[in-house]
Design a protein around this ligand. Structure first.
Ligand SMILES: [Zn+2]
Ligand SMILES: [Zn+2]
Length: 357
């Protein structure tokens, strides 16, 4: 893509870049549709597909039964504790009443109350017995809950061992699935990348460059969106290695391109002035002059200094004088800006309008 200063050409180029982008977006859309329609080869499997079912099922049943028992024992325990509280309260009240009665009895010293003493003591014993019974019920429920909890814990520990083994297998399976998915995507993306690389090296300046660049954008999108996120990680090894390889490839290409450019430039600078001038495109020369660099060697030169007619770096002529009118003008202009004669016109008297040789 040589630089151009023509206004329409500039806008045409911008339009063609738009064509490249639109072309790329349609390719990307088509690519995603194709990828989306691929048969979904991998169904995600779960832990249950790998666990030893014959061993795990009874353990799970045990855990569940233990939990149910524990829950039941818990609610029974609440009831029993409530009853124990009531029995203790009743017993306490009875003891206080008895103590009061005894105190009264001592004060009055009435022997006819001996029979009543026995009856009251018996009643007190009955309260105490109730209290003991409630206490035992509480103890029983606590024992049941404890047994259930311990049984559940044992079952859970055994289950955890089984699940760890199954988890290892599941992770290995995930890695295999990951690799398969990546392989499939690589098989789709790699040819695109190879074609894009070839197009970039060989065809990026061809007449149909908007399509070439559209395809390159598409391939890059496919690489970064459809392939890179599916790179298997292996603890980061693969990603870093791929990054290193890609960087080395791009860096090598840039270094080779720089050396080629420098060699070509050196060769060009060794050629005679006229030949170099012919090899430079008019528009390229104008763009470089506009940036105050020598069109021949691309090094900075002071174009405003009227004493400088030749590039001090490479010796290419920057300014010359019009044949017919002797005005100092840019050596790259095709016509004299003062008299309109074509550049290179030598004899003012006879060949003012003659074309350049
Ligand atoms: Zn130069
Ligand atoms: Zn002139």
């Amino acid at each position: 893509m040589s630089k151009s200063l023509r206004l329409s050409e500039k806008w045409f180029r911008r339009g063609l870049w738009l064509v490249a982008i639109v072309f790329a977006s349609f390719l990307i859309g088509l690519g995603s549709a194709v990828v989306g329609d691929l048969p979904q080869v991998e169904q995600v499997r779960g832990l249950d597909d790998f666990i030893d079912r014959s061993a795990a099922e009874p353990l799970r049943a045990t855990v569940q039964a233990a939990e149910t028992t524990e829950r039941q024992a818990g609610s029974e325990l609440e009831q029993a504790e409530l009853q124990l509280g009531a029995a203790q309260q009743a017993s306490q009240n009875a003891r206080e009443t008895f103590a009061n009665w005894i105190a009264t009895r001592r004060a009055t010293e009435r022997p006819d109350q001996d029979r009543e003493l026995i009856t009251r003591t018996q009643a007190l014993d009955a309260f105490k017995a109730d209290e003991d019974k409630a206490q035992r019920r509480v103890g029983t429920q606590q024992q049941i809950a404890l047994d259930a909890r311990q049984a559940g814990e044992r079952a859970r520990e055994q289950l955890a061992v089984l699940e760890r083994a199954a988890n290892d297998q599941l992770r290995a399976e995930y890695r295999r699935v990951e690799l398969r998915v990546f392989g499939l995507r690589l098989a789709l993306t790699l040819p695109l990348l190879v074609i894009a690389g070839w197009l970039f090296v060989k065809k990026r300046k061809s007449t149909y460059w908007p399509f070439v660049w559209g395809f390159i954008f598409f391939a890059l999108f496919a690489f970064f969106v459809e392939l890179v996120p599916y790179l298997p990680s292996y603890g980061g090894y693969v990603r870093y290695i791929v990054g290193i390889v890609v960087t080395v490839l791009i860096g090598r290409y840039a270094i080779v391109a720089l050396n080629t450019y420098l060699a070509r430039q050196k060769l060009a600078e060794a050629q005679p002035d006229q030949l170099r001038r012919e090899e430079l495109s008019y528009d390229t020369a104008l763009v470089r002059l506009g940036k105050s660099v020598c069109p021949g060697c691309e090094r900075p030169v002071d174009l405003k200094n009227a004493d400088i007619d030749f590039c001090p770096h490479c010796g290419i002529g920057l300014f010359d004088h019009c044949g017919p009118c002797d005005t100092r003008k840019s050596a790259f202009s095709k016509f004299c800006h003062a008299c309109g004669s074509a550049a290179g016109t030598r004899h003012p008297a006879s060949t003012v309008l003659a074309p350049a040789p």
